[in-house]
Design a protein around this ligand. Structure first.
Ligand code: SF4
Ligand code: SF4
Length: 379
């Protein structure tokens, strides 16, 4: 049952522990849950095979964006970047029109987009470049290898389409960047890809070291990750790079953490939380369902509520009026941000003595001070 915004539980003038609406500066925008690819470590599918059955197929239209992100609000933001948990923004039907709208009202806005690059015709990319280049921006292509290897992680993508997209975007004046996720099957190609990026006119080339070889719920990594087909049958392994310099440096701290905390559960219970979005960072996540959450890590709650840590957060939401409290189309951004869930319940959980006592496990895992593979993905 819906809750009108006037009935939202709010904290009035109480001091904000997460942030206030007026502090917002950065929006992580998830335009769609659709994607043309099936990367094995992405939550939108099961190990690169069947589509995640718990994922709602949602998308924000231009009309939704106009309703949620009003012109005067856009004008005071520093950055909007289109990325997301489950989809690739270039697949969204209104992607180009949304970027045109954001640029129109945010001429000084840093307008960024992350993509696998394997869709749309060159003319579409030229139009995107024309819009983005009117202000600060980057477009980051996730290209994990060369013609013979990229598809082993970016399953379903087409090398020629990606190359044509990058060429068209760069030739039209866009600033393109290249993210290269390193595995055993492509580690020998890093320098060749770096050279190709330079020749093509990419402005940056980043080597990325995934933190996703961590065994769930343990302080241990696995050397390999199973890739499945749509029927759930084994196809091949994704393996960690042999060169330790390409492995996530946080993995080398795991033994010490085991000694210090004994178990991953103890770590979650005891580690202090250093939120990546609170306070002056002023960052929110707007999901393809039109829900506003502090970050994309908490934003995955509605499609994978079966894990204990997601169930824990889902229960917290339920006890504060249910998911529709987070619905920006229904209530507007300000009402969601000023709700008790944002201002009290989420940050208030961080000081609890343990996960059992209410400390959010997603927050402890993602933003626990002593283990942060995300921060160390890049050189
Ligand atoms: S391109 Fe992005 S959204 Fe699509 S499957 Fe890969 S990681 Fe997921
Ligand atoms: S997971 Fe929790 S602590 Fe981390 S950024 Fe999100 S809200 Fe902040």
């Amino acid at each position: 049952m819906s809750v009108p915004s006037t009935q939202l539980e709010t904290v009035g003038a109480a001091p904000a522990a997460l942030y206030q609406y007026n502090d917002l500066r950065i929006i992580h925008l998830e335009l769609t849950h659709r994607c043309n690819a099936a990367c094995p470590m992405c939550a939108r599918n099961i190990h690169g095979g069947a589509v995640n059955p718990d994922m709602p197929l949602a998308e924000l239209s231009l009309a939704d964006i106009r309703q949620i992100l009003l012109p005067d609000f856009i004008a005071r933001l520093k950055r909007i970047y289109a990325c997301g948990n489950y989809g690739d923004p270039i697949v969204a039907r209104d992607c180009l029109e949304v970027f045109r709208y954001l640029r129109e009202h945010g001429p000084g806005l840093h307008l960024d987009l992350h993509t696998n690059g394997s869709a749309r015709r060159p003319d579409w990319w030229r139009q995107l470049a024309a819009i983005m280049q009117q202000g600060p921006h980057y477009l980051r292509f996730g290209i994990d290898g060369l013609a013979d290897t990229n598809h082993l992680y970016r399953r379903g993508t087409d090398w020629k389409t990606i190359m044509r997209a990058a060429e068209a975007f760069i030739a039209a004046g866009g600033r393109a960047e290249w993210d290269f996720l390193v595995f055993k099957h492509n580690e020998h190609q890093v320098e060749e890809a770096r050279r190709l990026a330079r020749e093509m006119g990419f402005a940056e080339f980043f080597v990325r070291k995934t933190g996703r070889f961590l065994t769930s719920g343990e302080f241990e990594t696995s050397d390999r990750f199973e890739v499945l087909d749509k029927a759930g049958q084994f196809e091949y392994w994704l393996e960690q790079p042999a060169d330790p310099g390409y492995r996530n440096p946080e993995y080398s701290n795991l033994e010490e953490l085991k000694t210090q905390f004994g178990s991953h559960q103890n770590y979650l219970d005891r580690v202090p939380i250093d939120c990546k979005v609170a306070g002056s960072k002023g960052k929110i996540y707007l999901s393809a369902q039109g829900l506003v959450l502090p970050c994309c890590w908490l934003g995955a709650v509605f499609s994978e509520a079966s894990t204990p840590e997601r169930q824990q957060f889902a229960q917290l939401i339920e006890s504060h009026g249910g998911r529709n409290v987070l619905d920006a189309r229904r209530h507007g951004l300000a009402a969601v941000i000023e709700s008790a869930l944002f201002q009290q319940a989420i940050p208030g959980s961080w000081d609890q003595d343990s996960i059992a006592a209410g400390k959010l496990a997603i927050c402890a895992r993602t933003c626990g001070r002593d283990y942060d593979p995300l921060e160390h993905q890049r050189d």
